[in-house]
Design a protein around this ligand. Structure first.
Ligand code: GPW
Length: 803
């Protein structure tokens, strides 16, 4: 259904009147948000229902994306865009002297994720719907999303993110789809007519209630479902939960998202969360298969169902599906195993040891006795199967249970038919280093799927001006077919287009400058280089290297050495328990304070650390960036995705040859990126030979020494302890992130950036090339590869434009 402005205005009046007894003049932004989102819901609900019916009728294979995090951000504008209503609604509101952006700002971010991994899951949901595949998300409805970050005296403080305080307008509680999940107790296997069946004793039963969120595909796409589970006391079990404490323990299950990114903490509640959403999700899949599809033959399950495990957090799905098949549906072990392997596929998102999940066998036995038995049996059969075929060493290195711990990555690999990394280099490192033994055992299971981003959000929503310029030059069809963005390169010598490009950037920078002024009181010059590093705070991502560069620039300016004006912008949350990351935040904040208030610097250099980086803040910062900082220690960043978003918005990348940065360089050519630093072989050489001795570098490089000494010589006020901690870290023998080893090369890359900045036209040309080639990272392309190579999906046939 095409919505007209007049029709929209009518609906808006009606909703405001019904809901709040208000009219457009008196309504608050939050009322208006509720009313507009209700109109949007009415817009997709009929199709959402029709799609579900079509799915059941056509019995097409569906993928279920299991992820402990989903990070969609706000949904109003993206749902409007995908319905094809964004422009109409924006204009209709403007007619009424209302501003869509202000109304949309009343929506809290759905921040049920930490960073890249959760954002990727949300992007995949949008893309599956947009490309026409039936894909369902399966996750947890956390009551509190990722914490809100505040700075107090330069220190990070965490506040709860009570996003459900205001009612969520997108979710639908589906009580009838509830299932029961069991924890603890004892399990005895008893013979039931020749079938060994578990009998449970003293276990706790929790009810999993799904909340479904519609995932509205772009234009002619589908409307799919993101199913998020909440935990409740089952009505029939009330007597078993007599005290408030008992009840609270159930609610606690889905209360908070663990705020750790790429870091593993073996906490009991986290293990409960993992099993909870995995079990609930698989039960609802089997209910759908056996009841709605009325299919009794479980050996055909892989023809209808693919389950994807997003990193190891949902890896228990392998054991849980075995349990459901063997215990509940009485499928024999070998058949069940065959089904499970065909259904399951797994993505690995890191090679870093500290992020690898390993659960204590005792903890798992107590919480999930039957699951532990099943994992033990999977492990036993794995070892028996290999005995005599490969060396005992290989078996020891690859088995699931070792030293009293369950290695979740091993379970994920052994139980899946596909294992993928998230960028070419990352997959190569999995195959040749981290998972080498497994690669030798199962070479055919390994494949690469480089990450992608929702260009729709990062261009059409976050940067409408740039989107309009693309329309004016290459025509509008890039919005449906991102390949066409490559045509933008034809304007490489078009002075008018290059000027427009720089006008748009300047405009976005002015908007961000205004926002920075409102938030921090600091005035920044929009004509300066906007140098952006936005991502989680992590030692391997090396915000510290940026800090050293800032200190070097500061020392130059103090000494009268000139540089082009620069505004360095950080956005980064640190895990609350990550001491080093928090020290880095403190030192950056104190450095910023010092520089921003130093009259000698004037406004040549500003350092802005914006609080509470989230998807909404990203939408403001990224379109305004000139430089994209992608400076992780080579081999450590599996892919990165902010690199792709910044590139799409015309920022030039300064990058180590890590993760997807390599593929960005391949796409734009080496003249259109500032690459620097150690390559992977040099990094591994240092590790293998233990030959990294940063103190020598520091003693022999006066410039480096001066910058590093600023951390401890009293230059930066109010952070001597934290400065000393950073100093000690950088100079530690065999410091694993090799910060000082890349310092000099990084300075050279930054000098080149300054040189290029002075050549306005060249800068705009490079920017244009980056925008054009960002089509390579369109998430729809990534999803097509998953659908074809891993999930074997076909597109659902539905009436087009039937909304
Ligand atoms: F450790 N990533 C993340 F691998 O955001 F599980 N959180 C995580 O917990 C992990 C990875 C995990 C990120 C990677 O660090 C980043 O390089 C990648 O682009 C992103 O996942 C999406 O694949």
């Amino acid at each position: 259904m095409q919505l007209t402005k007049e029709e929209f205005k009518k609906r808006l009046e009606r909703k405001l009147d019904n809901y709040f007894e208000e009219d457009v003049k008196s309504a608050s932004n939050s009322d208006l948000y509720a009313a507009v989102s209700a109109i949007v819901r009415d817009g997709y609900t009929p199709q959402w229902r029709r799609i579900r019916i079509a799915e059941t009728n056509q019995k097409q294979k569906q993928v279920y994306y299991f992820s402990i995090e989903f990070l969609p951000g706000t949904l109003l504008k993206s749902n409007l865009l995908n319905l094809g209503w964004l422009k109409t609604v924006r204009e209709a509101l403007a007619d009424l002297h209302l501003d869509l952006d202000k109304i949309a700002a009343a929506e809290p971010d759905m921040a049920l994720g930490n960073g890249g991994l959760g954002r990727l899951a949300a992007a995949f949901m949008d893309s599956l719907a947009s490309t026409g595949y039936t894909g369902n998300g399966n996750g947890i409805r956390y009551k509190y999303g990722l914490f809100k970050q505040k700075f107090v005296n330069g220190y990070q403080k965490e506040l709860p993110n009570d996003w459900l305080k205001k009612e969520d307008h997108w979710e639908v509680r589906r009580e009838s789809k509830s299932v029961l999940v069991r924890f603890g107790g004892k399990v005895n296997m008893v013979d039931d007519n020749g079938w060994m069946t578990p009998q449970y004793e003293g276990e706790r039963v929790v009810r999993a209630v799904p909340y479904d969120v519609a995932v509205v595909g772009y234009k002619d796409g589908l409307t799919n479902t993101l199913r998020l589970w909440d935990a409740e006391v089952p009505p029939e079990e009330e007597l078993n939960y007599p005290t408030i404490t008992d009840r609270r323990r159930v609610e606690d299950l889905t209360s908070i998202l663990y705020p750790d990114d790429s870091n593993y903490e073996g906490r009991l509640l986290r293990l409960k969360q993992e099993y909870f959403f995995v079990s609930a999700g698989l039960q609802s899949i089997l209910n759908y298969y056996t009841k709605d599809l009325d299919n009794k033959d479980l050996t055909k399950l892989p023809n209808y169902v693919a389950v994807h495990i997003n990193d190891t957090h949902p890896a228990m799905a392998i054991a849980e599906l075995m349990r459901l098949l063997v215990d509940e549906h009485r499928v024999d072990w070998d058949t069940a195993w065959n089904i499970t392997q065909k259904v399951m596929s797994y993505t690995n998102h890191t090679i870093m040891a500290e992020a690898m999940e390993k659960w204590d066998v005792n903890m798992m036995s107590q919480l999930l006795p039957r699951i532990m038995q099943i994992i033990t049996e999977i492990d036993r059969r794995f070892c028996v199967g290999l005995k005599g075929h490969v060396s005992d060493d290989v078996i020891e290195r690859t088995r699931i249970i070792k030293n009293g711990q369950v290695q979740m990555a091993h379970l994920a690999i052994i139980g899946s038919h596909s294992i993928n990394g998230v960028a070419a280099l990352h997959t190569q490192l999995l195959e040749t280093k981290v998972l080498k033994d497994f690669y030798n055992l199962y070479p055919d299971r390994f494949n690469n799927k480089t990450n992608g981003i929702t260009l729709r959000r990062w261009l059409q929503i976050a940067n409408p001006e740039l989107s309009d310029l693309l329309d004016e030059t290459i025509g509008k069809n890039w919005r449906n077919d991102s390949d066409e963005m490559l045509n933008f390169e034809k304007y490489y010598h078009d002075t008018k287009v290059l000027h427009k490009l720089s006008d748009i950037k300047l405009d976005n920078k002015k908007k961000l400058a205004k926002f920075i002024k409102e938030r921090t009181g600091i005035v920044v010059d929009p004509t300066a280089i906007f140098d952006v590093q936005v991502k989680r705070l992590h030692a391997y991502k090396r915000q510290t290297l940026k800090l050293l560069h800032i200190l070097k620039l500061y020392q130059d300016l103090k000494a009268g050495i000139d540089h082009p004006k620069r505004v360095v912008i950080f956005g980064a949350k640190a895990a609350p328990s990550y001491v080093f990351a928090k020290q880095v935040i403190k030192v950056i904040n104190e450095t910023a304070n010092m520089i921003n208030n130093d009259p000698d610097v004037n406004d040549k250099l500003k350092v802005i650390f914006l609080e509470d980086y989230d998807v909404s803040l990203a939408e403001r910062i990224i379109p305004a960036a000139d430089v994209s900082e992608q400076i992780s220690t080579t081999t450590k960043e599996a892919s990165g995705t902010s690199n792709m978003k910044l590139m799409a918005n015309g920022a030039l990348t300064v990058a180590t040859m890590d993760g997807a940065n390599i593929e960005i360089k391949d796409a734009v050519g080496e003249d259109n990126i500032f690459s620097f630093g150690l390559n992977k072989d040099q990094v591994y050489k240092y590790y293998a030979e233990h030959s990294y001795h940063p103190r020598e570098m520091y003693e022999n490089d006066a410039v480096m020494k001066k910058a590093v000494d600023a951390l401890i010589d009293g230059t930066i006020p109010n952070c001597s302890a934290e400065g000393q901690a950073l100093f000690n870290n950088f100079l530690g023998d065999n410091e694993q992130f090799l910060v000082l080893a890349d310092f000099e090369a990084y300075l050279r890359a930054q000098a080149k950036i300054e040189q290029t900045w002075k050549q306005k036209r060249l800068w705009e040309q490079m920017s244009l090339v980056n925008i054009a080639h960002s089509e390579r990272f369109d998430v729809d392309k990534t999803i097509e590869r998953y659908a074809e190579d891993i999930w074997h999906l076909k597109k659902l046939e539905v009436e087009k434009a039937d909304r």
